[in-house]
Design a binder for this molecule. Structure first.
Ligand code: AOF
Ligand code: ZN
Length: 351
């Protein structure tokens, strides 16, 4: 199963919006073939593995996800496993997709195949935090990326901010963009940085993430650099201004109007999950917008690059949050990973 998990990771940058899945077929404790899911619409992991061996009858199949039992973009994998007369199937986790959710296991068992479930389940869940959250909560898994100085600052008081972190950290961010379904920012950041938000200069195959702008009042400028780079652009607004919407659509954006509510940002994230199949979001915005998302409970993970520089106490903070009255109200985070990237340190934290 540990090998199947390694194989699943090969789909990291390409199989979105489908889950990353790996498969190992073994007989007499020897691996006879392997497969993983590379592209949505193309063969699932087990089909690739079954196609890669002459005869899978009587074999034991290790799968990081329950095989599908429904007709999606591809036919059900359980039928292929049954037709191949495999003897046992060992599954790390049940498919959270309500179209499957246990029915794959049931069909295998009804066909006389022995099924065991739960081996390395936690590791398998870590492969697909976004797919699981979208299927179970109708929300994407959201990471918020930030770069700060040793003294926790992001920009000088005069706004000068670019390139606090090193070249290697910036390349790492491009990998994060490539592994995401969407890169999301606020219109304020878009105007300030004129960022293109796409992944580039990478020596891997990847699917370009959708670029999402949260623009309540439709002030995205027509000249924004983002429009000069092809790929999906989605703009969320709470003003129903036909003329402006039409102009942005002509520039290549999909504009989504969602009526103003108290939970508007939550509505945006839910819309991204339900209507655009967005599993994983990378937020790259300034301290105000990132702070607002944290306050609303919409951030699952922070990814913080810390550069060994000091910017001084007039510089801007990492994140703007409501002022606390008591230390006991402070947000507690957990560091789940720390590594050195060039001259910088990268922290991954869960909220
Ligand atoms: C599997 N093996 O490798 C993957 C599965 O539209 P389709 O046909 O590609 O089906 C997508 C759904 O199939 C996806 O939502 C998830 O439930 C399951 N993914 N299943 O047996 C795989 N990637
Ligand atoms: Zn399948």
């Amino acid at each position: 199963m540990s090998r199947a998990i390694q194989l699943a990771k090969r789909g990291r940058y390409t199989c979105d919006p489908n889950p990353r899945v790996g498969c190992v077929v073994s007989r007499d404790n020897q691996i006879i073939s392997e497969g993983w899911h590379a592209l949505a619409g193309e063969a699932h992991a087990e089909i690739n593995a079954l196609n890669d061996c002459n005869d899978a009858s009587g074999s034991t199949v290790y799968l990081t996800l329950e095989p599908c039992s429904h007709h999606g973009r591809t036919p059900p994998c359980v039928e292929a496993l049954i037709n191949m007369k495999v003897a046992d199937v060992i599954i790390a986790m049940v498919d959270p997709n309500p179209l499957v959710a246990g029915s794959g296991i049931e069909k295998l068992e009804n066909a006389g195949i022995s099924v065991k479930q739960g081996l390395l389940e936690l590791e398998a869940q870590k492969l697909n935090p976004g797919f699981i959250k979208r299927m179970t909560q109708h929300l994407p898994h959201t990471r918020c990326k930030m770069a700060m100085s040793l003294d926790g600052r992001t920009a000088l008081a005069n706004g000068e901010s670019q390139w606090i972190s090193s070249e290697l950290s910036r390349r790492d961010v491009h990998r994060l963009r490539a592994a995401s379904s969407a890169v999301l920012t606020s219109v304020e950041t878009l105007i300030k940085d004129d960022a293109s938000l796409n992944a580039r200069n990478l020596d891997i195959e990847f699917k370009q993430a959708a670029r999402v702008i949260v623009d309540r009042t439709l002030k995205t400028p027509d000249q924004a650099k983002i429009f000069s780079i092809s790929g999906q652009i989605i703009i969320y607004t709470e003003v129903d201004n036909d003329e402006r919407i039409h102009a942005l659509e002509k520039l290549g954006a999909e504009v989504v109007y969602l009526a103003k509510t108290d939970s508007w940002l939550n509505d945006v994230f839910m819309h991204l999950a339900n209507e655009f199949e967005i599993n994983e979001i990378l937020v790259e915005a300034g301290s105000t917008f990132s702070g607002a998302l944290i306050e609303k409970g919409l951030i699952d993970e922070l990814i913080v690059y810390m550069a060994p520089v000091l910017l001084g106490n007039d510089a801007n903070p990492l994140v703007k949050l409501k002022q606390l009255e008591k230390l006991s109200e402070a947000k507690q985070l957990e560091i789940i990973d720390v590594r050195q990237i060039g001259k910088d340190l990268r922290f991954t934290l869960t909220l």
